[in-house]
Design a protein around this ligand. Structure first.
Ligand SMILES: O=P(O)(O)OC[C@H]1O[C@H](O)[C@H](O)[C@@H](O)[C@@H]1O
Length: 527
């Protein structure tokens, strides 16, 4: 058995020489018959992927090309115009960062910008957050802070941490569409904090957005420091290697050229139309095997390295927003998806790994092993044993133990967490998701469910305005059901109640009268 497994390990091991990266799928229990069966699907996926890279409209719903691969190999972009856009944006970013670092672009009231406040959500936050956590250095030229929600208390926390340094804070508002309300709110809250501190926000502000968007217009009208463009052919969740990720990273002194190079090298490997030589195809096949091509099993990401903590969060969007779809490309309901979760090993072993080892076997693990423990030597925590030996032993032990208990796993081994490796990991998973999307015949590049959620939220805010109007025009408390009727939403009493309860907790003019535990009997008034 052991010898067989060792043979299987060698048979399926992928090794990338330049990146010194290993992918081991030997602990996924597929057999030769499965590989044979899935081969034709890969022929289709490889062909579609090649067409996508050549500029085919790969997102039919949004009539868009999908060009994130061109960001690290502009020569592959289908037109000269696109190649120029990529080169110009990189130059603009480099030039801007250089001027900020040298103090040529400086805040009005301080000698240099030392802080970056990055405002954005989803694809406009998760990549920059992951990269900052993975590669940010203690002695970085600038410190980065994030606002990625529309939570007032969250805004207050970040802005109060920055209170004494606002005069040297560069604010980057990132929104591809330029119309995402959460990011707009973050920008307005930051602007308000600057105004309260007597600072001119526009002299601190930069936008990353599509030319012509609402955000672009605000940046232009208010005379912001810079606008760095992004393009419709880069999707939000695959935008880390566009200006979205590169500007924040470069400001922190992270070598973005190495990130791009790592991604380019990985793209070359994952472009190969041969399963065993293509690590993204090996991943996609493993996912397909694990979940029967239906996402029956969850993907648990366990990087044994603190700096990779946010990788699973980053992948959650990349995988779940891409694969989680109701309909396939032929319009059939398929309810696809793969759930992704995980934080880091060994930490998670002291939390939920109990369930993984013994409980419901509805997952497969991806271990990420980092060969280099740290810069410099290590003390012995026990005779002949270092902390790093522990980390490594815990990973190997868990991998063996879960396999013995019939739980499958993939192991990705990297030499250390460098810009090139981070770039390569991003590229590896972008391609694996793309291939998997074709294997299961879904559009991996749209997100109709998110759009529907946004519309629903807008309707709630609209109803809130009507409720407030009704309240304002009545001097005596009104039963909630009457309020709903008068607001034109008689069938939405519960929603009206929820709106009122929120208002009553935040707007001192709105009061709920009666027993809070009996919402149906409450009345509401506004002074
Ligand atoms: O960059 P933005 O246009 O502000 O979009 C931010 C995010 O918004 C939505 O939620 C989309 O589903 C995400 O894919 C996107 O990354």
């Amino acid at each position: 058995m052991t010898a067989q497994l060792w043979q299987r390990y060698q048979d399926w091991l992928f090794y990338h020489k330049d990146l010194d990266l290993y992918l081991d799928i030997s602990r996924m229990r597929f057999d030769d018959a499965f590989v044979e069966k899935i081969a034709p699907k890969f022929d289709f996926a490889f062909a579609e992927m090649a067409a996508l890279e050549a500029g085919k409209i790969a997102n039919p719903d949004e009539n868009r090309m999908v060009g994130h691969y061109w960001l690290r190999a502009p020569e592959l972009a289908p037109t000269q115009e696109l190649r120029q856009e990529i080169a110009d944006t990189l130059e603009l970013t480099d030039d801007f960062v250089q001027k900020v670092h040298s103090g040529l672009i400086k805040p009005p009231n301080a000698p240099k910008f030392t802080e970056v406040l990055s405002i954005g959500i989803g694809g406009s936050a998760l990549g920059p957050q992951f990269v900052a956590e993975a590669l940010g250095e203690i002695d970085a030229p600038m410190n980065i802070h994030f606002m990625d929600n529309t939570d007032p208390a969250g805004f207050d926390k970040v802005l109060s941490q920055l209170r004494d340094r606002l005069d040297r804070t560069l604010v980057i508002t990132i929104s591809k569409s330029g119309g995402t309300p959460e990011s707009r709110n973050g920008m307005l809250e930051a602007r308000n904090a600057f105004e309260l501190a007597g600072l001119d926000f526009s002299k601190h502000a930069v936008a990353i957005t599509m030319p012509g968007s609402k955000l672009d217009n605000v940046a232009k009208t208010d005379g912001w420091l810079a606008m760095i463009p992004m393009y419709d052919w880069v999707g939000g969740r695959t935008s880390e290697l566009s200006a979205v990720g590169l500007l924040p990273a470069e400001l922190q002194g992270i070598n973005v050229r190495e990130m791009l190079e790592g991604a380019r090298l990985m793209d070359i490997a994952t472009r190969k139309q041969s399963l065993k030589e293509n690590p993204a195809a090996l991943l996609a096949m493993s996912w397909y095997y694990a979940g029967n091509g239906k996402g029956d099993k969850d993907m648990v990401m366990l990087p044994y390295k603190d700096s990779l903590l946010l990788f699973s969060r980053y992948l959650q969007q990349l995988v779940m927003e891409s694969i989680g779809k109701q309909f396939d490309l032929d319009g059939n309901p398929v309810y696809q998806g793969i759930a992704v979760y995980g934080n880091k090993g060994t930490t998670d072993q002291h939390a939920y790994v109990q369930q993984l080892r013994e409980g419901v076997p509805n997952f497969f693990i991806t271990f990420i092993e980092v060969l280099k423990d740290r810069n410099g030597g290590s003390i012995e925590v026990e005779p002949g044993v270092t902390s790093g030996d522990y980390l490594s032993g815990l990973l190997q032990g868990t991998r063996s133990a879960i396999y013995e208990n019939n739980r499958d796993s993939i192991t990705l081994t990297i030499p250390e967490v460098t810009p090139a490796i981070v770039g390569s990991l991003i590229a590896l998973y972008e391609r694996a998701v793309g291939l998997y999307g074709f294997l299961v015949n879904i559009n991996a590049y749209h997100q109709p469910g998110v759009e529907a959620g946004k519309k629903a939220a807008a309707q709630v805010l609209n109803l809130q305005s009507r409720v407030v109007e009704v309240l304002q025009s009545h001097s005596t408390p009104l039963p909630i059901a009457d309020l709903a009727t008068k607001a034109g939403a008689p069938d939405q009493i519960e929603m009206v109640y929820k709106i009122l309860r929120h208002l009553a907790n935040n707007d001192p003019r709105v009061v709920l009268h009666g027993e809070l535990g009996h919402p149906g009997q409450l009345t509401a008034s506004m002074s």
